[in-house]
Design a protein around this ligand. Structure first.
Ligand code: HEC
Ligand code: HEC
Length: 402
């Protein structure tokens, strides 16, 4: 079939066939391979000689490999939010979830709500290097944005949970976050007539921990970055990006190789990498943080938890050596509002983050290579991160609480 349809006669037509074939990705590559194998064999017209053909093979394969490398990821505009069948979105459920999200009853001493560490005005992060915590304790990681969290395949920096429904109970129970006893919480919420009525209407049941988590998850699925300049550009509005921002996007996709990991709708690939980001000194110097690190190490059966002074990342979950200090690629949506950056907030500014990637990442990492960006390229890359990825204001206000 292949031979009849598109047997190439010259070198340029040989290269053009796969491009014009309408095939994509691997299919294109296999068609090219097929053509190259054929052309080396019996080309009766003799236009492509055996030697020239071998030359073409070398050139084409190197081009294909480098192009595949640069465009391993790609950017996608906003698309509809994935919703699990077992927890469909309804307006009443979202409203109930929003109330619970802002309700301080969810913490042991009544001082904290989810919004204490996920503030609407900071794209649902909290502006601290290491996040806030229950009084007298300290957290150990940076509070990530909840914008576009519905698109995450794995939750938390180490990906230890996979659904928003499962995630929501963790901070409530955690000794260094909300420190709430869930049996007590259920009884407390059952004493609030407005909540009892709302749970009856939404779930046809009385309040319990699973339904509290389901309502919170439904609300979180509405926290979406919409209509950013990048979305408008990807949908065809060529004027959506200024010249500098456009240059920044080219660096993001090309020389900077950012899109390899920060691709798709969420500018994240749901994978884990050990970039060897420097440790936050607090892990060693602040006894409260050290206690938290060792406590989490113990909970996750880390053998030497009593001497743990660093964050083992995904290793804690998988116990696989390759995951030592590996963290999930974060979304970059709304990134200008989510400083400080990285799992431990060691970088205060986007300039510092860009310098880190430009230098080829942290000491001894096997993932990144130096990029050699000029000062102007760095400036444009930052302009892209700040301007192109900022969506419309969601306008979420603290609701009236019962
Ligand atoms: C005391 C601060 C604090 C409070 C209160 C808090 N969080 Fe978080 N949240 C964090 C931190 C820190 C992380 C990251 C922890 C990690 O990765 O190990 C996180 C992670 C998350 C994530 C995962 C995000 C992602 O991209 O993986 C979700 C979802 C989330 N929180 C929702 C909630 C909800 C819902 C509540 C209320 C029930 C809540 N949080 C209360 C600090 C807090
Ligand atoms: C090999 C995959 C990979 C590549 C390539 C990559 N990143 Fe990242 N990026 C990550 C991971 C993983 C993290 C989190 C690391 C951590 O906390 O230890 C991250 C963190 C970030 C953050 C911090 C976000 C936050 O909310 O804390 C920014 C900003 C960022 N990257 C921008 C870039 C830019 C710009 C480039 C290109 C110059 C780039 N990244 C290239 C994987 C990658």
């Amino acid at each position: 079939m292949l031979r009849n349809r598109c047997r190439p006669k010259t070198m340029s037509s040989l290269i053009l066939v796969p491009i014009r074939s309408g095939l994509r990705g691997c299919d294109r590559f296999f068609l090219l391979k097929e053509l190259l194998l054929n052309c080396g064999q019996k080309n009766r017209s003799g236009i492509i000689s055996g030697l020239a053909c071998r030359y073409v093979i070398v050139v084409v394969i190197s081009v294909v490999l480098s192009v595949a490398n640069v465009f391993a990821g790609h950017l996608e505009p906003f698309k509809s939010v994935p919703v699990p069948k077992a927890n469909p979105q309804t307006a009443e459920k979202i409203e109930l979830g929003k109330k619970l999200f802002f309700d301080r009853r969810l913490s042991g001493d009544g001082t904290m709500s989810c919004a204490t560490c996920h503030m609407p005005e900071l794209a649902f992060s909290d502006g601290q290097d290491i996040s806030l915590s229950y009084p007298t304790t300290r957290n150990w990681r940076n509070s990530p944005t909840l914008i576009n969290v519905a698109f995450q395949r794995y939750l938390f920096w180490d990906g230890r949970v996979e659904t928003l429904e499962d995630q929501a109970l963790f901070p409530m129970m955690s000794a260094f976050e909300m420190n709430k006893n869930l049996d007590y919480l259920e009884e407390q919420i059952r004493q609030v007539p407005e909540y009892v009525a709302a749970f009856k209407k939404v779930f046809n049941r009385e309040p319990d921990r699973e339904r509290i988590a389901m309502a919170l998850a439904a609300f979180e699925r509405t926290l979406i970055s919409v209509n950013s300049p990048l979305d408008r550009f990807l949908k065809g509005d060529e004027k959506a990006l200024s010249d500098d921002v456009g240059k920044g996007m080219d660096i993001f996709k090309g020389k900077g190789r950012c899109v390899q990991c920060h691709g798709g709708v969420n500018l994240g690939d749901n994978k884990f990498y050990a970039l060897n980001v420097p440790e936050n000194a607090a892990l060693e110097n602040d006894p409260r943080v050290t206690a938290t690190v060792r406590f989490v190490g113990k909970v996750y059966h880390y053998k030497d938890y009593r001497s743990l002074k660093e964050d083992p990342g995904r290793y804690l979950i998988t116990k696989n050596k390759k995951d030592w200090k590996a963290f999930r690629t974060p979304t970059l949506r709304e990134v200008s509002r989510t400083a400080p950056y990285m799992h431990n907030g060691v970088f205060n500014t986007l300039e510092e983050v860009i310098d880190f990637f430009d230098a080829g990442g942290g000491q001894g990492n096997h993932v990144l290579k130096p990029l050699g960006l000029s000062a102007d390229e760095k400036r444009c890359l930052k302009a892209f991160l700040v301007e192109a990825l900022a969506g419309e204001e969601l306008g979420i206000k603290v609701p009236d609480l019962p």
